[in-house]
Ligand binder design. Structure first.
Ligand SMILES: *Cc1c(COP(=O)(O)O)cnc(C)c1O
Length: 229
């Protein structure tokens, strides 16, 4: 695997999309999604300057964090409420906060000697039965309560829209996220609410067109995942 070429290409796509859609150069951050990939792959990208990594599976991620506590770790997978403690203790960011109860538990379990845990609220923007996340209305009702939790910093929103292959189709749900993000930003009136996590290998450009500040890329950096191992 040529990690250097993959990283250069993904970075190039991000910078090109920033330019094409009148986004500030360097305003979109890259999260390398390393789920199912070995520590050697993470070490290789870290050596090339990639600092932020996203993980979905708790046990696997704790092993990796133990080996590289110097990197910035983002939890992006589904969260069971009985698994919040290790997440609160070991991660820098959580993107997949999908209900009030999870936010409350993460705040209660965040060690107070650590900085507040950065959280994003996951929105089920395509309203799919199989996906978790707040509805836009739930967010409007609950966001201020979440913002007040003491050991968290509410940084923004995350979405995994329904997969679409056409650019214009991809933009529809992403545009809804963009306007919801701006609406909440004005309600909350804080500079901390600055992160819109959307865009994966297949819809990176559309996400940047619609205001993403952080794209989560796995396949195009690490190659296809093999879930059989
Ligand atoms: C796996 C995953 C990604 C990365 O997807 P790719 O298509 O491999 O780039 C991004 N976000 C979440 C939440 C994921 O689970």
């Amino acid at each position: 695997m040529d990690y250097q070429a993959n990283l250069a290409q993904v970075t190039h796509r991000i910078r090109q999309a920033e330019q094409r859609f009148d986004r500030l150069q360097g305003s979109v951050q890259l999260l390398a999604v390393s789920k199912t990939k070995p520590i050697e792959a993470i070490n290789a990208l870290a050596k090339l300057g990639q600092n932020a990594f996203g993980e979905n599976y708790l046990q696997e991620s704790l092993d990796k964090i133990g080996q590289r506590p110097d990197l910035e770790w983002h939890f992006i997978g589904p969260i069971q409420s009985n698994k919040t403690k290790p997440i609160a203790e070991h991660f820098n960011w959580v993107h997949s906060v999908d209900r009030l109860k999870i936010a409350q538990r993460l705040s209660a379990q965040r060690p107070t000697e650590l900085p507040p845990l950065n959280i994003l609220l996951q929105v089920n923007i395509s309203q799919e039965e199989t996906k978790s996340g707040f509805s836009p209305q739930q967010l409007l009702d609950q966001v201020e309560q979440i913002q007040q939790l003491p050991n968290l910093t509410l940084r923004g929103l995350m979405a995994i829209p329904k997969a679409e292959t056409e650019f214009d189709q991809q933009r529809v749900a992403l545009a809804q996220m963009h306007s919801l993000f701006n609406q909440l930003k004005s309600v909350l009136n804080t500079t901390n609410f600055d992160t819109l996590s959307m865009g994966m290998s297949g819809d990176l450009e559309a996400a940047i067109a619609e205001g993403s500040t952080l794209v989560r890329i796995g396949t195009d950096l690490f190659g296809a995942r093999d879930y059989a191992v």
